[in-house]
Design a binder for this molecule. Structure first.
Ligand SMILES: [Zn+2]
Length: 490
């Protein structure tokens, strides 16, 4: 399982009584929320993380990150003043960024200290367990000292801007910017209130999340990711359900079987309008676990592709068949910019009845199990078909999608890179397969042993399915065929 990295983040304001906040745009190349707007911050250094007195260590990290990223130094001279940021200070900022100078040493040399009251603690948020990169981030509110200015140096961050917090939220609603879910949650929690009210307004919300409530993970307005514990294949033990829309509202892939986890899902759904329908991307158990329970509780139908309905005949009652090109109306968009909808895309390959969904206003791709940000997808014949899968994947690559919302793993703004990596992986596997076939007839088990050496035993049957899928694809292309009952040859 993933480890949790301690981090600190700063809501920097020019005036705690106003909504003025300093927001930064993260570089598009970054793996963690590249291309998203957020607040300054980052992970603790090893020394900071080793400090057992957690809050002062996080405050120190907040002060350091703020200085590194924006050049703003919220530390006090012995006479209680804030320092002037001159050229020498900027050289130190560079040295600290490059790890040539320890921040503590820099503060000590100048007799600077951090006052707890200068970093008002809002609370802590831990990335839920569905993501591979997880941070336990403490949020602080700090005030820009008189005479200092915030400046971003090009690199990991693209730019920074002073914005009105409600305006930033408005830009997000209009699909002009991406916001990290904690930033969106914080700004929504603040509403029209000044930044200085953040500890009082957001503190109780953060505490509730720490007690185990499902995080309101919003990647666009009224588009909520709900990570649910399921019996999925390692490395994933979560499946993301999505709740989309506020008028007509659709619940995509409620996958959890356990009653306690289903109750957590109900708690999220009950906070808003009941859904209009449950929509399934495909029939696998980790996507349908709560479908019947939700259908009963909210008296709503289940929709899926006809082939998915066929697979689920004895388990789930599918009441409407969805086809490629079908549009699911979502009512007026949150930006009041005309109609809002989901478009069904028939994308067979991982499963014969697989559907993905595209939302054109925020340009969201609900990819189901077509692609994940955790690992490559299993293609298990006869229902799985590698040739179809690659065709479907290339089709998704052509969409003008800005965000990839997969069933497993975190959301990514790098759809093309993620798909290209998946395609390259398949090419590599095919090359390996052809090489192994080159030395004469060989059985599937032996091929699997050769190609998937080191794979944990419980996963070997999935590896075997991958090999079979590869062989069937080569056979369809006339590049391999069975030599006898057990063996294959090129
Ligand atoms: Zn699946």
């Amino acid at each position: 399982m993933s480890t949790i990295t301690p981090a600190a983040s700063v809501m920097l304001t020019r005036d705690p009584g106003s909504r003025s906040i300093y927001a930064i745009l993260r570089g598009s190349q970054l793996r963690f929320f590249g291309g998203f707007w957020a607040f300054p911050g980052g992970k603790l250094t090893e020394t900071e993380a080793a400090d057992t007195d957690a809050l002062p260590a996080r405050r120190l990290a907040a002060c350091r990150e703020l200085f590194e990223e924006t050049g703003v130094l919220v530390a006090r001279t012995p006479d209680g003043q804030f320092p002037r940021i001159d050229d020498e200070m900027s050289r130190c900022r560079k040295a600290i960024l490059d790890e040539h100078l320890a921040f503590e040493q820099f503060l000590a040399q100048r007799s600077l200290t951090i006052r707890p009251g200068d970093f008002a603690c809002v609370g802590e948020i831990t990335t839920p367990a569905f993501a591979q990169l997880r941070y336990a981030t403490t949020f602080f509110v700090a005030h820009l000292p008189n005479g200092q200015e915030a400046t971003i140096w090009p690199g990991e961050l693209e730019r920074g801007e002073w914005l009105d917090s409600a305006d930033l939220l408005g830009r997000w609603r209009r699909s002009e910017v991406l916001l990290t879910p904690p930033s969106a949650m914080s700004l929504m929690g603040l509403g029209d209130r000044p930044i200085g009210d953040a500890p009082a307004l957001l503190g109780p919300l953060f505490e509730n999340l720490a007690r185990g409530a499902i995080h309101p993970i919003l990647f666009a307005p009224d588009v909520q990711l709900i990570p649910l514990k399921t019996v999925a294949l390692p490395p994933s033990n979560y499946t993301n359900a999505y709740l989309v829309g506020s008028g007509p509202r659709y619940l995509i892939d409620p996958g959890c079987h356990e009653p306690a986890e289903q109750q957590r899902l109900f708690d999220v759904i009950d906070a808003g309008q009941p859904p209009t329908a449950i929509v399934l991307t495909h029939h696998h158990p980790d996507h349908i676990g709560a479908a019947e329970a939700c259908a009963r509780r909210y008296r709503i139908p289940i929709w899926a592709h006809a082939r998915t309905a066929e697979k689920l005949a004895s388990l789930v009652d599918v009441q409407r068949f969805l086809n490629d090109g079908d549009r699911l109306d979502l009512g007026p968009s949150p930006a009041h910019a005309g109609p809002w909808r989901l478009e069904a895309l028939f994308t067979p390959g991982h499963a014969s009845g697989h559907l993905a969904f595209f939302e054109p206003f925020y340009r969201l791709l609900f990819a189901g199990d077509m692609i994940s940000t955790l690992s490559s997808m299993v293609i298990a014949p006869p229902d799985g078909h590698l040739g179809d899968y690659l065709k479907s994947l290339r089709r998704l690559r052509e969409l003008p999608a800005r965000l990839l919302l997969p069933s497993h793993g975190n959301v990514s703004a790098r759809l093309i890179e993620v798909i290209d990596a998946a395609l390259a992986h398949r090419v590599k596997r095919e090359t390996q397969l052809l090489e192994a076939l080159g030395s004469g007839p060989i059985g599937i088990d032996e091929l699997t042993q050769q190609m998937y050496r080191g794979t944990p035993e419980p996963l070997m049957r999935f590896a075997r399915a991958q090999v079979l899928a590869g062989l069937l694809k080569l056979q369809a292309e006339g590049r391999a065929h069975p030599a006898d009952a057990e063996r294959w040859q090129a």
